[in-house]
Design a protein around this ligand. Structure first.
Ligand SMILES: *[C@@H]1O[C@H](CO)[C@@H](O)[C@H](O)[C@H]1NC(C)=O
Length: 265
């Protein structure tokens, strides 16, 4: 018994000693490799290399779908604008709230959709009854068709802005807004008066009537699906807050003067 135990102890010690020694050597090699790696990583790197690295990281975002990625690679903030062509407050929204976001680059964080429909009721004969008359429906469809035919917001928004600038004389100016952008005015009016315009309008109607909560006025603004009600003039703050920090333009870090003195006595 004792003999066999001592043999087995010897065997174990005999087997353990070289293994222990080998692990010591391996450990030393490992430590040396880690130190080498740290030195290499911490050392000065050529600028070209790091530029290439960041290009590789950013490129997949840049080539991704326009709906999926903002400048810095984060998700775009969905902005839904429910309005109508002939309402002065919607004109104000376009000219004084949205246009400045295109000017200061905050619009690069947004995926904007203009649901041009607004305060429309069902007529007894099943047609739409527009708040400001039939012309409102026509120019709502102009705006919807602009988005259909020129889906990038940088392309269609200037048309919507031009319509807002000429809100009181659209009969003579709307087609000129299209040609001033190099578009074929016939494409927009043809869409607005045809099936495509009607389909786009029906989709805007469905979206408008599905709002939760229901809108109580226009312009009615949703940020990532959430209504901001009477705070629509502060849209920029909501968009900046919802956007990934890395993609925010400088304007996000400047508080508009209208908000600077709130709460002070
Ligand atoms: C108009 O009719 C549609 C279809 O029946 C309905 O979904 C919608 O809620 C109605 N809208 C209004 C404002 O009554």
């Amino acid at each position: 018994m004792t003999t066999s135990l001592s043999i087995s102890d010897d065997t174990m010690q005999h087997q353990q000693r070289p293994w222990f020694t080998a692990s010591k050597v391996q450990g030393a090699i490992l430590v040396a490799l880690v130190v080498l790696l740290v030195l290499v990583l911490a050392g000065p790197r050529p600028k070209v290399k790091s530029d290439l690295l960041s290009d590789c990281i950013q490129q997949p975002a840049a080539v991704a779908s326009t709906k999926a990625a903002a400048v810095g690679g984060g998700a775009l903030v969905e902005v839904g604008f429910y309005g109508e062509s002939l309402c002065p407050d919607c004109q104000h929204m376009v000219r004084d709230v949205l246009q400045p976001l295109f000017d200061n680059k905050v619009a690069t964080l947004m995926d904007l959709t203009y649901y041009a429909f607004g305060n429309v009721h069902n007529d007894s004969d099943g047609s739409y009854a527009y708040q400001h008359g039939a012309a409102e429906g026509k120019y709502n469809r102009y705006m919807l068709c602009a988005q259909e035919l020129h889906p990038k917001q940088d392309d269609w928004f200037p048309f919507v802005k031009c319509l807002a600038d000429n809100m009181r004389s659209l009969t003579s100016k709307a087609d000129g807004c299209a040609t001033s952008l190099g578009w074929d005015a016939g494409d927009i009016s043809g869409c607005a008066e045809g099936d495509k315009g009607k389909e786009a309008e029906d989709r805007a109607a469905a979206a408008t009537w599905a709002l939760r909560p229901d809108k109580t006025f226009v312009p009615w603004i949703l940020v990532n699906g959430v209504a901001i009600g009477g705070d629509f003039e502060n849209l920029e703050r909501y968009v900046c807050a919802a956007a990934p920090a890395a993609s925010r333009p400088e304007a996000c870090y400047q508080l508009p003067s209208s908000l600077q003195h709130m709460g002070r006595r």
